[in-house]
Design a protein around this ligand. Structure first.
Ligand SMILES: C[S@@+](CC[C@H](N)C(=O)[O-])C[C@H]1O[C@@H](n2cnc3c(N)ncnc32)[C@H](O)[C@@H]1O
Length: 232
């Protein structure tokens, strides 16, 4: 692990406004692959994770836009940002009036980035660095999950955990650009936005980002992969 993830984040990013959410500023990088290489060198780990934390992903951007339009979804409520990356959704929730926000991510650099980003936005985000997906759902009113359907195993675990949270009365908001493992049959579309991601890894820098809630399990249809769910 790097001697100081915080110093590493500062060295490899620049504080700048988030496209489409200019009132939020994040420590962002320009190129994924060169930064990924720097992470591998810094950690001595050739299998180090992609530096997701240095970019604003389409799913998180869609949630951020949704919270600007619908602050009532989080106002006065406790928000838990699953797979928070840069902390974008947690910060957006606090700006929309959330009573408190917690961001969780498994990546040590993400934990450092969230701290820096929260501070840059005058936001107080509680940071958890661990995998909570085998734990009980958190003490929260709303869970936001931005862009976490890019890996089959992760998607399966996230869905199971979100379902448990929903059963306990927690509202769930999912943001996603239509990634491969998005469980479309389990979701109800709430909004769609044109978003501009900050990573050059995406096919196009302008993407569509959707915001969904979890479908009521009593009306759930079988999960389908890759097709757009019905509105309603
Ligand atoms: C594509 S990024 C999305 C970041 C942010 N939500 C956004 O939309 O900009 C996915 C994030 O999920 C995190 N992640 C992967 N597995 C996780 C797990 N089991 N628990 C928490 N976070 C996880 C990664 O480290 C990464 O930061």
């Amino acid at each position: 692990m790097a001697a100081s993830p915080r110093a590493f984040v500062l060295r490899h990013t620049r504080l700048r406004p988030v496209p489409g959410l200019e009132e939020i500023r994040l420590h962002l990088a320009d190129e994924v692959l060169s930064l990924w290489h720097a992470v591998q060198v810094e950690t001595g780990d050739p299998d180090a994770a992609l530096p997701y934390w240095a970019f604003a992903w389409a799913g998180g951007l869609a949630i951020g836009r949704y919270l600007v339009e619908h602050p009532e979804a989080v106002t006065g409520r406790r928000v838990f940002d699953l797979a928070t990356g840069s902390g974008l959704c947690a910060i957006a929730a606090l700006r929309a009036g959330a009573a408190e926000a917690t961001g969780v991510d498994i990546d040590a650099f993400a934990a450092a980035a969230i701290g820096l980003n929260a501070r840059a936005n005058g936001a107080r985000v509680t940071v958890l660095r661990r995998d909570v997906l085998d734990e009980e759902p958190p003490a929260a009113d709303v869970i936001v999950a931005g862009d976490c359907w890019y890996d089959a195993r992760l998607a399966e675990r996230v869905l199971r955990w979100l379902r448990r949270a929903q059963e306990q009365g927690i509202d769930v908001l999912v943001g996603d650009p239509g990634r491969r493992y998005l469980p479309t049959g389990e979701l109800v579309e709430l909004a769609r936005y044109d978003v501009r991601t900050t990573t050059e890894l995406e096919d196009m820098d302008r993407k569509e980002g959707w915001v969904y809630r979890l479908r009521d399990p009593r009306s759930a249809t079988p999960t389908t992969i890759g097709a757009r769910p019905e509105s309603g």
